[in-house]
Design a protein around this ligand. Structure first.
Ligand SMILES: Cc1cc2nc3c(=O)[nH]c(=O)nc-3n(C[C@H](O)[C@H](O)[C@H](O)COP(=O)(O)OP(=O)(O)OC[C@H]3O[C@@H](n4cnc5c(N)ncnc54)[C@H](O)[C@@H]3O)c2cc1C
Length: 333
């Protein structure tokens, strides 16, 4: 997120832009992310941010972005009705979501229906971030790794510190631990889309650059806090779910697993904009910030430099929490 804001500030001609990371760029949640890029959310506020970012990913092309689509499967009539309701909202905003066939190789016996968006896909979060940083530096942005942002002499501070943002400015952002599991190499169908079970939230994608799968599902009990240990007790359950949904993967094992932090807000929508005099923030992305970073970077840079943004940032303002606004995003995978 910081790399995107810095790049867009530079593209608009801002001088003396410093991209500071107290560790290394792309070492935080971005390095742990699934890399899913989808426009299929349950609220217009989230759809719009992902929608405004999709062109950027398309232009990156493979291997940084693979436009393999995102398929949501419903195994109940209620689930299918909910997917249809969401698809209607998404289509009304211009996202091409349609009823879809179950992907090749995916078990369909218990599936009542599926919806898909072929524009969605999977990206390489670290590779994309490095590309943003490369472009930003080419325009004069100074990269300072190993530097705490609070130590910088600055006119304007932009807080993009992920789950650690509340250490720099007062924002209701809390860390939530989430983990990803990677299987052994498999014989997979070509162009397997990101496949999501609507009712359980279990989902998987082909891993970046090889024939493994990366699996994810919310923990049985949410793990709030900064600890990022892998919980191995769920492996058998996740492998059983995978064997059921993708029979070709039966018998595989988990070769690697890692955990990272979601930066959660009370309504699962981000905080974007001015938060104090001279301080702006882009944080609280609640598990789906990587895919929104192109639009957020562009909009926030415009607002910082001109005082206003042509992209409507009003749903993401910090002040909404004072008014008790609640319009929670439901598709937090
Ligand atoms: C398991 C998992 C799966 C995910 N899957 C997806 C997905 O499929 N799609 C998607 O869009 N999103 C996904 N996300 C969410 C996504 O990773 C984040 O929303 C996004 O990466 C946030 O980017 P960021 O730049 O805001 O934060 P980060 O990537 O965490 O970067 C923040 C940076 O700030 C630095 N920092 C912290 N404090 C300071 C300080 N005081 N001074 C200077 N630097 C500081 C850190 O070192 C870090 O490098 C996932 C997250 C996890 C954990």
């Amino acid at each position: 997120m910081g790399a995107s804001v810095a790049l867009h500030l530079a593209l608009r001609g801002a001088r003396d832009v410093v991209l500071a990371d107290r560790a290394e760029v792309a070492s935080g949640s971005t390095s742990k992310a699934m890399g899913g890029v989808r426009q299929q959310f349950s609220t217009a506020a989230e759809v719009r941010l992902a929608q405004a970012s999709i062109r950027f990913f398309e232009e990156l092309r493979p291997p940084l972005f693979q436009q393999v689509g995102y398929v949501f499967l419903a195994t109940t009539d209620d689930g299918l009705a909910e997917l249809e309701r969401r698809a209607e909202l998404q289509r009304s905003l211009g996202v091409p979501v349609e009823r879809a066939a179950v992907p090749v190789g995916v078990l369909s016996d218990d599936v009542r229906g599926a919806v898909a968006c072929r524009q969605d896909g999977v990206a390489d979060p670290v590779g994309v971030t490095r590309e943003l940083v490369r472009r930003a530096r080419a325009l004069g942005v100074v990269l300072r790794e190993g530097t705490d942002a609070s130590e910088l002499d600055r006119d304007v501070l932009v807080v993009c510190a992920g789950a650690h943002s509340a250490e720099l400015v007062e924002v209701p952002v809390r860390p939530l631990c989430r983990q990803l599991l990677e299987t052994a190499p498999l014989d997979l169908p070509d162009a397997l889309p990101m496949t999501v079970e609507h009712e359980t939230g279990f989902h998987f994608r082909r891993s970046h650059g090889d024939s493994r799968l990366v699996l994810a599902m919310a923990d049985p009990t949410p793990r709030w806090g900064y600890a990022t240990e892998v919980d191995e007790t769920v492996y058998d359950d996740r492998l059983a779910r995978l064997a059921h949904r993708l029979p070709a993967a039966a018998g595989t094992r988990i070769d690697r697993a890692w955990a990272g932090l979601y930066d959660m807000t009370p309504d699962a929508h981000p905080i974007v904009g001015r938060v104090e005099p001279g301080v702006f923030a882009a944080c609280g992305f609640s598990g789906h910030g990587f895919m929104q970073s192109p639009a957020v970077g562009a909009a926030l840079a415009e607002e910082i430099l001109t005082g206003t943004s042509s992209f409507d940032l009003s749903p993401y303002r910090l002040e909404r929490f004072e008014r008790g606004a609640v319009f929670p995003e439901e598709v937090v995978l």
